[in-house]
Design a protein around this ligand. Sequence first.
Ligand SMILES: Nc1nc2c(ncn2[C@@H]2O[C@H](COP(=O)(O)OP(=O)(O)OP(=O)(O)O)[C@@H](O)[C@H]2O)c(=O)[nH]1
Ligand SMILES: [Mg+2]
Length: 323
Amino acid sequence: MSEPTGDISEIRAGFCAIVGLPNVGKSTLLNRVLERRLVAVSSKPQTTRDRILGVHAVELPDETPDRAQIAYLDTPGVQDGRGPLRRYMREASLAAAAEADVVLLLVDAMDRRGRAPDRFSEADVAPLVPKGEGVTPIVVGLNKVDRVPKLELLPLIEAWSAIAPNTEVVPISALNGDNVASLERVIARRMPVGPPLFPEGMITDRSSQFIAQEIIREQLYHQLGKELPYACAVQVETWNEKPDRSELSIGAVIVVERASQKPIVVGRQGHRIRELGIAARTALAEALGKTVHLSLFVKVLEEWSRGEAMLRRLGYGGGESKP
Ligand SMILES: Nc1nc2c(ncn2[C@@H]2O[C@H](COP(=O)(O)OP(=O)(O)OP(=O)(O)O)[C@@H](O)[C@H]2O)c(=O)[nH]1
Ligand SMILES: [Mg+2]
């Protein structure tokens, strides 16, 4: 079954874990590949908290099989850290990398840490680089090359190629899409041959409610100060759609960890939460392609990020995107 047979039901299909340090552009890449806003992106590290599945069909002209289905897993940036939420995020990334058919290690070509392959021998990220014979193939995506002079790229590509046998390095810009199609083909060619893993047209295993939560949470990263987004979770509580599906009313709660954080999110005379609501509603309408009414509330759940049960209640650990 592993050799191409020409059987049209057989394609290249498998899981590709997108892993790397925080803020290198993993979620930007997944949104780019899927041409939609599935996952939250921000300029602050540790935006992604859970692994999220995004399925994409890729054409491989003049090859057998000539089609591939890549089941990407966006993962939280890998970093040392304490507390159940950090630990959960770290484990989600490492497990996705360990179980994937292909590991896409994304590196920020602009960042000194991203530039040094030595960084990946450090304890927090070393497990991301598969070692030895017969291990998961690894593709390095050298991202943000729109911001790096071409001459500086060559030594970087060379250095990254050496981190594991048969490593291919593909320079890309997830932001503007440069070379992303060739990156996908490189990944696709490393996938096993077999039947598709997911039905055609399926994009994610996450519910619309989860995606809405991510879109709202993204706004918190854009609009709140440096620390506060990390203390917030978002939970959709009501979801009412008109029978003709043209209009959707969402009621969502922004959960904070301490009573002192609530007035900051609400803002003076409710100014900040109103601004958050407007931006989130616009983003939701764009992502869902319909008119959205959004009511946002703030609720204090003391130390929510420290309790395992609370984390589960807020949806962390609820994804079905296991390879
Ligand atoms: N210039 C440039 N910026 C990029 C590119 N890709 C991503 N970014 C920016 O990098 C920042 C981080 O992007 P994310 O996609 O949230 O990064 P991430 O790796 O998912 O981060 P975590 O979820 O926190 O681990 C955002 O400000 C993006 O706009 C790129 O190709 N070029
Ligand atoms: Mg992310």
